[in-house]
Design a protein around this ligand. Structure first.
Ligand SMILES: Cc1cc2nc3c(=O)[nH]c(=O)nc-3n(C[C@H](O)[C@H](O)[C@H](O)COP(=O)(O)OP(=O)(O)OC[C@H]3O[C@@H](n4cnc5c(N)ncnc54)[C@H](O)[C@@H]3O)c2cc1C
Length: 302
């Protein structure tokens, strides 16, 4: 749908909606065609107005955070991409809790907590996502996961109503949360931390950063671990043992540094990445009888 066809939208309302934004610019995989419509709301009220517009026009929408776990198709998205970025990027300290907007980057949250000597979220220091995406995915690393620190989450449902969930009500599991079923939009969360020892936290941050730099292809475009960890196995090891290190389809390749990462060597297309993902799934299943499920979210018109 074109902007001019959008019923109920007046450009002088103040809401900025863009047309044909290339989604590859908004993802760490650097893949993805145009979104028909693209909006970055400035606050929850504007977000609600966008949801009303989508409903009035029977227009699908999709929430985008930092784009570090999404593979968009080359044809892009037919509907509206709603990007929660800097406008939702606030971080505030309240005692030992942090009130954090969905658009805040985990790196900024972990730096903020470190500076205030608050312990509990160091594990997330190298995860390149937003708070909203991390809660949606229950992101985790090095023995920690969001589940452990999320005390309360404020969401907006499709009708624009605000709700609050406790950490328990979020039904966190391995790389899942209830939001994956409800389609609600995470606006902000309260993270419950505890006083920590600054030197220990600094050391652990440096240690985890070094581990990532040594083991992960951080200089290449990717969406992190392409597959979920199959129970009882490590995805990267299965892929390596299947002889697929460095295996490529076009410009999409299995990283030789960490076989769990599919990387974009420059101009990989959606088709290249999917051909590689399917080849990995087939080969690993044939060799080891293990089914690999993608961790990355695949979105857009096929
Ligand atoms: C180099 C690299 C390393 C990584 N390492 C890790 C790791 O160690 N551990 C790990 O768990 N992940 C890792 N990831 C994956 C990724 O960073 C995480 O999944 C991250 O939490 C995704 O956040 P995002 O803001 O980028 O989400 P996006 O990719 O923008 O979105 C992911 C999903 O969340 C939804 N979403 C985003 N924001 C909201 C919101 N406000 N409300 C509702 N839904 C929302 C989107 O619709 C989408 O379905 C890595 C990725 C890269 C590129």
């Amino acid at each position: 749908m074109k902007l001019a066809e959008l019923k109920g939208f007046a450009p002088d309302q103040g809401i900025k909606i863009l047309e044909n934004q290339e989604l590859k610019e908004y993802t760490t995989f650097r893949v993805g065609g145009p979104a028909d419509l693209f909006a970055e709301p400035k606050d929850p009220e504007e977000l609600r107005d966008l949801l009303v517009l989508c409903r009035q026009n029977s227009l699908p929408y999709y929430i985008l955070g930092h784009g570090s776990n999404i593979l968009f198709t080359d044809k892009g998205y037919r509907g509206m991409i709603i990007f929660l970025g800097e406008n939702f990027g606030y971080i505030e300290k309240m005692g030992n809790d942090l009130r954090v907007g969905a658009g805040a980057l985990l790196k900024d949250v972990t730096d903020f907590a470190l500076e205030r000597e608050l312990e509990g979220i160091v594990f997330a220091c190298g995860i390149p996502g937003s708070l909203g995406g991390a809660i949606y995915m229950n992101a985790g690393a090095y023995g920690g996961e969001m589940k452990e620190v999320v005390h309360q989450v404020k969401v907006m449902d499709r009708n624009g109503s605000i709700k609050y969930y406790t950490g328990e009500e979020m039904e966190f599991g391995y790389r899942t949360s209830r939001i994956q079923d409800t389609g609600e939009i995470i606006l902000e969360a309260t993270l419950r931390l505890r006083p920590g020892k600054i030197m220990e936290m600094k050391e652990r941050t440096a240690d985890l950063t070094q581990k990532r730099e040594e083991k992960q292809p951080l200089d290449m475009a990717s969406a992190g671990s392409t597959f979920k960890r199959p129970e009882g196995y490590f995805a990267g090891k299965l892929i390596m043992d299947a002889g697929l290190s460095g295996y490529a389809c076009g410009d999409a390749a299995v990283s030789t540094k960490h076989c769990g990462f599919v990387i974009n060597k420059g101009s990989a297309t959606f088709a290249d990445i999917m051909a590689l993902v399917e080849h990995i799934q087939r080969t690993v299943e044939e060799k080891f009888g293990v089914k690999m499920q993608p961790e990355i979210r695949i979105v857009g018109e096929r």
